[in-house]
Design a protein around this ligand. Structure first.
Ligand SMILES: C[S@@+](CC[C@H](N)C(=O)[O-])C[C@H]1O[C@@H](n2cnc3c(N)ncnc32)[C@H](O)[C@@H]1O
Length: 233
């Protein structure tokens, strides 16, 4: 991460990590996976997993690791990366509870590895992909913390983490502009908002072919969001 804006979210999330954890746990409780997540799993990931018997996901900005757990339940191998230590510690704790069950596996789970750091940092990712490139990079509401001018380069770097025809899927704030937001339970975070055409240009200029792009309202999160699935060109 290069400048003050890009580091800002780490400071804010760490400072308010207890509030963030409480809030996110409450939001996820009793909720099924989102419609978008279900489509991604069913239509895009599972057919490849069934064919190859292996599927590797990078959950970029995994937060508490809820989505990482869902991928794991599907049998995929998952690396969850987040820059906030408190979230990674929570994710690891939940994962060991989930796997507990007196040593017996409750479901055909894949592995989850939680790592604290910047998912766009080559020093962190290169050792992971030395043995195998990822099939999917999942960035659920995490690239929203990058300034717009950095989005294309970051998406382009992500393309180098996935296999040929591998996937990127993510969700982005819909709207115009960017800046620091002082409301909400984690004040002081930097957010970028995109219009659909604008986001589509960033994704395509970074070396991806769009397979799915939709604007939705109040689906997984409140407000308007853009959901994207793209394939590496
Ligand atoms: C709004 S939260 C979403 C968390 C999770 N993906 C979810 O959907 O519940 C955004 C997360 O992205 C993480 N994040 C954003 N940019 C990051 C980066 N460059 N490297 C690592 N983590 C990042 C933040 O620390 C935060 O946990």
């Amino acid at each position: 991460m290069k400048n003050q804006d890009e580091n800002r979210f780490v400071t804010s999330y760490s400072k308010y990590s207890e509030d963030a954890i409480r809030n996110w746990v409450k939001c996820r409780r009793d909720k099924r996976i989102s419609r978008f997540f279900a489509v991604l799993l069913r239509q895009y990931c599972c057919p490849i997993f069934q064919k190859n018997g292996l599927y590797y996901v990078l959950d970029a900005g995994c937060g508490l690791g809820h989505d990482a757990q869902e991928f794991s339940k599907a049998g995929f191998n998952v690396v969850g990366v987040d820059a906030v230590k408190e979230f990674i510690l929570y994710g690891r704790k939940m994962d060991s509870r989930f796997r507990g069950n007196n040593g017996k596996k409750a479901a055909p789970q894949g592995r989850v590895k939680f790592i604290c750091g910047d998912y766009a940092c080559s020093d962190l990712i290169t050792p992971l992909i030395r043995r195998r490139l990822f099939d999917l990079i999942w960035a659920n509401a995490s690239l929203i913390h990058y300034p717009k001018k950095r989005l294309t380069p970051v998406l382009n770097r992500m393309a180098s983490f996935v296999r040929p025809a591998g996937l990127f899927a993510g969700t982005f704030f819909h709207g115009k502009g960017e800046g620091v937001y002082h409301g909400s339970f984690v004040p002081g975070r930097f957010f970028a908002r995109y219009l659909k055409d604008e986001l589509q240009s960033h994704v395509e200029n970074a070396g991806w072919r769009i397979r799915w792009i939709h604007t939705v309202a109040n689906e997984e999160r409140r407000g308007r969001w853009i959901q994207v699935i793209a394939e590496k060109r």
